[in-house]
Design a protein around this ligand. Sequence first.
Ligand code: PLP
Length: 408
Amino acid sequence: MAEFTVDPFADRYARRAAGMSASEVRALFAVASRPDVVSLAGGMPFVEALPIEHVVEVAEAVLLERGDVALQYGAGQGSELLRRRLAMLMAQEGTEADPEDLVVTTGAQQALDLVGKILIDPGDAIVVEAPAYVGALSAFSAYEPRILQVDLDDDGMVVEQLEDLLVRGERPKFVYTVPNFHNPAGVTMSRGRREQLVALCREARVPIIEDNPYGLLRFEGDPQPTLRSLDPHNVVYLGTVSKVFSPGVRVGWAVAEPGVLQRLVLAKEAADLCGSQLNMLITERYLDGEAWRRNLEGLVETYRRRRDVMLAALPERFPADAEWTRPAGGFYVWVSLPEYFDTPTLLAAAVERKVAYVPGTAFYPDGRGRQQMRLSFCYPTEARIEEGVKRLGELLADEEELYRSLSR
Ligand SMILES: Cc1ncc(COP(=O)(O)O)c(C=O)c1O
């Protein structure tokens, strides 16, 4: 291992890089990935459920039949056929998208970075949800915005709060939202809120960035219209195959009106010239035919059962005055604890007891979230979820006991 030295670049970093640091949470996650620790922390899709022989066949066929293309540079926007397949995925949720308006990115994460790059000047206000997807906070933060947060409730973003911000004179560059099965909150924006948000933003001329990685992982209820389908001119839509196929191929996309799209493509080309042709061809072929649908149905069923196990275990194991969301899809349950718990501090003790979660503070740029935690049910088996919730419940019970004896 490299010896520790004073960083000779310490006074050379750009302002945006000076603020980049791995949190202490990251260090704990290294421990949390040990097999004896039940991790309710990560948002890793259960890729073990993929029919690996089928993926091998697909990859082999791509290399044998299209090796010259797969191993070469490609177009910055991504191939037309892949863009058609990705538009087909959007059609599953009732959203029409012209493949011409779509750019393939290296995961939705790159699309978030490109959005920040083309829209944010230092000091610009942007609006995100409270809590917000941690990866969006880090992607946007690099461009030095002033981040304003709008609360979520069981119906998604509280649009009245956004309206208040606008009335107070804020002019955000954009509003970023995860309307379906929110990461980390698990909630889904209601139809009414969607219409309200789209109408407000259209009138105030504030673009919406709609990030929808989980929309096809619905366990129950009717799909809601995407924001993009309600107002294509004012919404930039981000998608990914990470949760419906594989995060390893790093294929995501953005759909936007021509002016925005052109800048996204230019920014993408400046970042990496083009995505991995090999991975894009594999994805294109995987999404051809019907097998992917069956695989997805199986995955959704697995996640639904895991969600059920977590939701059944929580009331048995957690303190009586804890509250949590009931996701109708996706990966995450968001837990709120009484004020005497401190989730960032508790994490070390949790890992000692061989269970991990993400403290709520990760999802706010301003230090809030100390009584919240994100629990994910996507990766561990049902038995491990039960065990993980049990271990966490025991820890919380001990903490509660300690608090009560001290305050007596
Ligand atoms: C809300 C949200 N947006 C974007 C991403 C990034 O996904 P990708 O793997 O496509 O980069 C994730 C990943 O967990 C996510 O939860």
